[in-house]
Design a protein around this ligand. Structure first.
Ligand code: NDP
Ligand code: MG
Length: 384
């Protein structure tokens, strides 16, 4: 059955892999979005013929506009962050895949759900910052929230039997450990962005690659798991699985455990989110047990990688505290990538955000989320 999809963040790592899946399945593309990469978006327009595109960066939008003017039947162009949200809300697609990076994806996740679309979510920051708002809207609108993040897809796949799912008692969230696994704080003092961008198992966008090196990614994923699967954070245990073959596991009341395995290839979880509840052939290779060798298991070092500890404290406090940690982290990662702060400063700012915003608990609106995000970013800027 053909599906009509709007794909936000189509020029990114998840975006381009999603288009591999869409191409292989022959799905129809209603909308695409980019921030800066006008050239790639133009090539995607030529191949997938979307009806609407959204470009957030003004210079890139101007460039796309000038190219579309000469085209025979060009897509409609929407501009700026409002254009992204408008595209997310437009009828014409039944499913929206959100592969934007950062809190910039939150408003469009909400707009997609409010317009009655199923939401295939790679943008974990939507749940970290607006988990209460997104999950409430999903319930109210009766739509499906389909995880794309590999660990959460694994958990979701292990919970397809509704009888067992009711008896879920623990989630074993696996982590690769990133490029700095086993290193001491002393050894991490002078690591550079180039060192941190060298992930052992996955090729991803720069922000999530730094998050994987600092273990903030696992902290964000812990919060994401709490919102997706409804277990308290204490029931989500993080296990380092260096080979990234076991993508996560679930434990039931009888202490039986189910795991989902496969090669580290994001096209598997992307495809599952788009074909669910069905499974079909896809472009990812099969796992070869003959050459696999050993699978190892370790615990993370939360003292050195204190981003993870900060995320745990944030979700325990609740309210806007996870938003503050996320905002501080987004700013810190941006500064680290520019060589303006050290690697260990990222964790220091995450901890500072929890301390500074520890009273911001309780219920909140979308406006409160954006205000808190701005404050947390300012806190980092003013401390550099
Ligand atoms: P990339 O940086 O590769 O891509 C990000 C996408 O978002 C690009 O299309 C980019 O546009 C767009 N974008 C960037 N900033 C903005 C903005 N301010 N407003 C609107 N659009 C913007 O990231 P990834 O694909 O790696 O990650 C995307 C999301 O998926 C993240 O939330 C990440 O945590 C999650 N994820 C990623 C995985 C991976 O393997 N990469 C695995 C699991 C989850 P442009 O390039 O045109 O500037
Ligand atoms: Mg993940």
């Amino acid at each position: 059955m053909t599906k009509r999809i709007t794909l936000l963040g189509s020029t990114g790592s998840i975006g381009t892999q999603s288009l591999d899946v869409i191409r292989a399945q022959g799905y129809e593309v209603f909308g695409l979005s980019a921030n800066r990469n006008a050239d790639l978006l133009l090539r995607q327009i030529a191949e997938f013929h979307p009806k609407v595109v959204a470009v957030t960066d003004p210079a890139a939008a101007a460039r796309v506009k000038s190219e579309l003017d000469g085209m025979a039947s060009p897509p409609r162009l929407l501009e700026g962050p409002q254009g992204l949200t408008e595209l997310a809300a437009m009828p014409g697609a039944e499913i929206l895949l959100n592969a934007v990076v950062g809190i910039a994806g939150l408003a469009s996740s909400l707009a997609a759900v409010e317009s009655g679309k199923d939401l295939a979510l790679a943008n974990k920051e939507s749940l970290v910052t607006g988990g209460a708002l997104v999950t409430e809207a999903v319930r109210r609108k009766g739509v499906h929230l389909l995880p794309v993040d590999s660990e959460h897809s694994a958990i979701f796949q292990c919970l397809q039997d509704p009888h067992s799912a009711k008896k879920l008692t623990k989630i074993l969230l696996t982590a690769s450990g990133g490029p700095f696994f086993g290193k001491t704080a002393e050894e991490l003092k002078n690591v550079t962005a180039a060192d941190a961008l060298h992930h052992p198992n996955w090729s991803m966008g720069s922000k999530i690659t730094i998050d994987s090196a600092s273990l903030m990614n696992k902290g964000l994923e812990l919060i994401e798991a709490v919102w997706l699967f409804g277990l308290p954070a204490e029931k989500v245990q993080i296990i380092v699985q260096r080979q990234s073959i076991i993508h996560s596991m679930v434990q039931f009341a009888d202490h039986s455990i189910l795991a989902q395995l496969g090669v580290p290839d994001m096209r598997i979880p992307i495809q599952y989110a788009l074909t669910w509840p069905d499974r079909v052939e896809g472009p990812a290779p099969e796992l070869d047990f003959a050459t696999l060798g050993t699978l190892t298991f370790d615990l993370p070092d939360e003292e050195t990688f204190c981003c993870l500890a900060a995320a745990k404290r944030a979700i325990a406090l609740g309210g806007l505290v996870p938003t503050a940690v996320n905002g501080a982290n987004e700013k810190a990662v941006e500064l680290f990538l520019k060589g303006k702060i050290g690697f260990l400063d990222i964790g220091r700012f995450a901890q500072m955000a929890v301390d500074r915003f520890a009273d911001a608990t309780g219920s909140f609106t979308l406006e409160d989320v954006f205000a808190c995000d701005a404050q947390a970013r300012r806190m980092v800027e003013e401390s550099v």
